[in-house]
Design a protein around this ligand. Structure first.
Ligand SMILES: Cc1cc2nc3c(=O)[nH]c(=O)nc-3n(C[C@H](O)[C@H](O)[C@H](O)COP(=O)(O)O)c2cc1C
Length: 164
């Protein structure tokens, strides 16, 4: 069974992590877009409130057909100690029955673990089980450093054991 990495990224840090892992582990990859505008200065407050309250949002694609995948990664930035609304919305739209899941959250400094815990609760009730999870600190890191950190995580956690 194949592996897919599904991620949301607003300012491209989670994107770098997801793309590096996809390259290292030779997986499929898909980026979920949030149709709500979130990149203006004031949007940080509304986005934090949306994440904290677990408000759903309009996403594209609305769902991903996971029929051919045995292993699914979900990656998200940490927003107010929670997963981004786009990833919560997507998880709730997918059939995860019987899937093995890897979860990751990028963050400035804290809250990544609680974001992962919330995603874990969500995937568990949908019949999937989490086999691995990790956080990545992104604050003040260059794209090159983030890429290196992601490669190291893949090696350290032996993530290649889980794919393909
Ligand atoms: C709305 C919002 C809320 C955030 N809340 C947190 C937080 O609670 N803890 C934290 O460490 N970082 C927080 N951050 C920082 C992001 O989690 C971090 O920069 C992340 O790596 C960004 O990923 P991205 O570039 O893929 O969007 C927040 C950022 C935004 C925009």
């Amino acid at each position: 069974m194949k592996t897919i990495i599904i991620y949301y990224s607003e300012s491209k840090k989670t994107k770098i992590v997801a793309e590096t892992l996809s390259h290292e582990l030779e997986t499929d990859i898909i980026r979920i877009k949030d149709k709500k505008k979130r990149n203006r200065f004031m949007d940080k407050i509304t986005s934090s409130i949306d994440a904290f309250r677990e408000n759903k949002t309009e996403i594209f694609p609305e769902k991903v057909d996971l029929e051919e995948y045995g292993m699914v990664y979900f990656g998200t930035p940490t927003w107010a100690g929670k997963p981004a609304p786009a990833i919560i919305t997507l998880i709730d739209n997918c059939n995860l029955q019987g899937k093995d899941i890897v979860l990751f959250a990028t963050m400035n400094g804290s809250g990544g673990r609680s974001a992962i815990k919330r995603m874990e609760e969500k995937v568990n009730v949908r019949g999937a089980r989490v086999v691995e999870s990790f956080t990545v600190r992104t604050k003040d890191k260059t794209p090159g450093q983030l890429q290196e950190d992601s490669e190291n995580i893949a090696k350290l956690l032996d993530l290649s054991l889980f794919s393909n």
